[in-house]
Design a protein around this ligand. Structure first.
Ligand code: PLP
Length: 393
């Protein structure tokens, strides 16, 4: 079984063609290899495979043809040498940290992060002697000032969740490299269709594939992409510790990748239209969207990302009560904390995704009580406007 090598193909073509493996049956769609283990032709072949003398599939915790196809396709889409898939986005972050850090090491991270990422860095890794300093991702001086002699890794999300703060990936990569540290970028919000951090100088890109890569809210998944050397180390950790992606989920994610560019383009167009409409609503205090000219980092976002993406956040006048009224008013938009779906979703970050973060940390991250986050889907945007108007008026 072999996949054709793809060279000089455009991103949309890679999303459909790269990494595709074809078995002896010549199937046209990607085969789903739902098997935990693989058999050998002889005792000698088994022995050679276990020693790593010959390549092949042995056990799906390490390698599986469907998972390999997903890894190869995503690696090419991110312009990386290699990828390793994981069970979830959080498993990807954990695998990076467990592989590359040890007790006594230090991380500098942007402070506006996905809630579980904050928890992992601030509460879990500290148990193993790895500490984190959180900085404003937009403040390059703060990144520099936070670096210590034991800083091994810089971590950021851009645009951030839920406030869509944009970090200058190339500039932060320079800061990392000047101190022999690595830069890891969480690219879940943009996906490779809108932004390729490795091309901007990042050392590793990670994904919650649960979001836009699946794109339909079906399965959990994650991945890390980078050069061969780094990914080999992370692969050895995943192979041993076992936060591996299931073949079924890889198969689902492969079909998600095929429509990723189309979806991201439409997500962004809908989101921009909705953000402009929200800005004109009298009960809306502020709108956060990188595609808006009013976004403080509009120019940087334009340079760095192809378009603004799907996530629009806004602050309604009247705090939690007014915000909950909007959430309770919707008839079309789904009330769920998930994002990156063809279906639009709405959530109140302060009481859901960021509820387990301390109120002080929440305030520091700008998650105020009136804040709402919408992941704009692919419905007709007029229906979404009418839906939000129900609770806003
Ligand atoms: C959802 C999300 C994660 C975590 O991914 P899971 O697949 O839920 O584990 C990490 N980062 C960002 C930006 C996310 O949106």
């Amino acid at each position: 079984m072999s996949g054709p090598q793809q060279e000089n193909l455009h991103p949309e073509t890679l999303a459909i063609r790269a990494g595709r493996t074809i078995s002896e049956y010549g199937e046209h769609s990607q085969g789903l290899f739902l098997t935990s283990s693989f058999t050998y032709e002889s005792a000698a072949q088994a022995a050679a495979m276990f020693l790593g003398e010959i390549e092949g599939y042995t056990y799906s915790r390490f390698t599986n043809p469907t998972v390999s196809a997903f890894q190869q396709r995503l690696a090419q889409m991110e312009c990386g040498e290699r990828a390793i898939a994981t069970a979830t986005g959080m498993a990807a972050i954990q695998a990076i940290m467990m592989t590359l850090l040890q007790a006594g090491d230090h991380i500098v991270s942007s402070q506006s992060l996905f809630g579980s990422t904050i928890n992992l860095l601030a509460n879990q890794l500290t148990k193993f002697g790895v500490t984190t300093t959180f900085v404003d991702a937009r403040d390059l001086q703060a990144w520099r000032a936070a670096i210590q002699p034991n800083t091994k890794l810089l971590f950021l999300e851009t645009p951030s969740n839920p406030l869509t703060e944009v970090a200058d990936v190339a500039a932060v990569a320079d800061i990392a490299h000047a101190h022999d540290a690595l830069l890891v970028v969480d690219n879940s919000f943009c996906s490779p269709a809108l932004q390729q951090p490795l091309k901007l100088g990042a050392d590793l890109v990670m994904h919650s594939a649960t979001k836009f890569i699946d794109g339909h809210g079906r399965v959990m998944g994650g991945a890390v992409v980078g050069n061969d050397k780094l990914i080999e180390q992370i692969y050895l950790h995943v192979r041993t510790a076992g936060p591996s992606l299931s073949p079924f989920n890889a198969w689902t994610l492969l079909s998600g990748l095929e429509t990723l560019h189309l979806r991201m383009e439409k997500h962004s167009a809908n989101a921009l239209e909705l953000a402009r409409w929200l800005e004109a609503q009298p009960n809306v205090e502020r709108v956060y969207y990188p595609g808006l000219e009013s976004h403080p980092q509009y120019e940087l976002a334009r340079r760095q990302q192809k378009s603004g993406g799907a996530v629009v956040s806004f602050v309604v006048k009247g705090g939690r009560e007014a915000a909950w009224k909007v959430v309770d008013g919707v008839r079309v938009i789904s009330r769920t904390a998930n994002l990156g779906d063809v279906k639009s979703t709405i959530t109140h970050p302060a009481s859901t995704t960021h509820a387990r973060v301390t109120p002080e940390a929440r305030e520091k991250a700008g998650i105020v009580e009136g804040l709402l986050r919408v992941s704009v889907g692919l419905e007709n945007v007029l229906d979404l406007q009418r839906d939000l108007a129900l609770g806003l008026d």
